[in-house]
Design a protein around this ligand. Structure first.
Ligand SMILES: NC(=O)c1ccc[n+]([C@@H]2O[C@H](COP(=O)([O-])OP(=O)(O)OC[C@H]3O[C@@H](n4cnc5c(N)ncnc54)[C@H](O)[C@@H]3O)[C@@H](O)[C@H]2O)c1
Length: 286
């Protein structure tokens, strides 16, 4: 079957970019990645290679398969190298001005026919759409981390997005072997809209001494059937990352469900960021 979208441009080869590059390349698309410099392309490619090597060690992939996937990923450092892309996936640093400036330059390079999507978690897709000349061809494509393993992708409909664009993205997500969920452009989209208030409640329950951190996680794992306890999950996400996400959602909505709990703010201020700092809710007692 001929794919609707064959050539993909990816902006950024960081944590998300490396996973997205792998996912898109392993489903048979050519991916051209734009990064700020060659060193970052090399670092991102090395990360991608290690991920694929781990797949070989687990018997999920052959060496030839790995080389084929890596052979479909091409790095460039100038937007002019993205000409010919049918779809652009933006996954650069979560800063509005950085994204807007880059999106405008890339839209110019790829031309009016390309679809452009952003992987932002916390910025408004509707606002980012105004950075490109054809906002009706712009949407959100929200991958979860790690992109090759997580089974769902949110397709975010901005106020300006054409329905035909959403339909093409649904087909593209299917071609990646993932399940699409189409969602409105509202803070948190769908999954984080549900997750963030829940994690805030858990932190408050812990601060209120309803139970120990370990017991809260055990109760949720065994009582609700979740794979992971919520405090282990915040430690993994990073307390600073969660605080940033909930604060931005709170500013945008003034919904008290998004108000960052006082203990969360204090732990971030104290540098207790979870697994990455070795000190969070479950990584050490405090
Ligand atoms: N990390 C997550 O769990 C996660 C999950 C879903 C969505 N997101 C979103 O994905 C995006 C990227 O997040 P990340 O965690 O991969 O960040 P990251 O910091 O790991 O990677 C960002 C990359 O963007 C590159 N970059 C910055 N400016 C650039 C430019 N002008 N041109 C080309 N490349 C540029 C940087 O060099 C870096 O490699 C953000 O919008 C974030 O909100 C992250």
């Amino acid at each position: 079957m001929t794919k609707d979208i064959q050539r993909v441009a990816l902006l950024g080869l960081g944590t998300m970019g490396a996973g997205i590059a792998q996912l898109v390349a392993q489903s048979g698309h050519e991916v051209t990645v734009l990064e700020t410099d060659q060193a970052r392309i090399d670092a991102g490619t090395a990360f991608l290679r290690r991920f694929l090597d781990a797949g070989i060690a687990r018997g999920k992939l052959t060496e030839a398969g790995r080389d084929e996937i890596l052979g479909r990923v091409h790095g460039v450092t100038d937007p002019s190298g993205l000409t010919g892309a049918e779809l652009v996936i933006e996954a650069v640093t979560e800063r509005r001005e950085v994204k807007r400036e880059l999106l405008a330059a890339v839209a110019d390079a790829v031309g009016p026919e390309a679809l452009i999507v952003t992987n932002t978690s916390a910025l408004s897709v509707t606002d980012l759409a105004t950075a490109v000349p054809r906002p009706e061809r712009f949407a959100g494509l929200h991958f979860f981390n790690p992109a090759p393993l997580m089974k769902v992708i949110e397709i975010v409909r901005a106020l300006q997005t054409d329905e035909a664009v959403i339909e093409r993205l649904v087909v593209f997500v299917g071609a990646l072997g993932k399940d699409p969920v189409v969602v409105k452009d509202r803070p948190g989209f769908l999954v984080n809209r549900l997750l963030i208030p829940y994690l805030n409640d858990v932190v408050q329950a812990y601060d209120d001494e309803l139970a120990s951190a370990e017991d809260i996680d055990t109760a949720v794992r065994l009582g609700l059937g979740h794979k992971q306890g919520p405090l282990e999950l915040i430690d993994m996400i990073g307390l600073d990352v969660h605080e940033h996400a909930t604060s931005r959602a709170y500013e945008a909505t003034l919904d008290p469900a998004f108000a960052p709990p006082p203990l969360l703010r204090q732990m971030v201020a104290a540098g207790r960021l979870g697994n990455k700092s070795g000190h969070g809710f479950r990584t050490e007692k405090h």
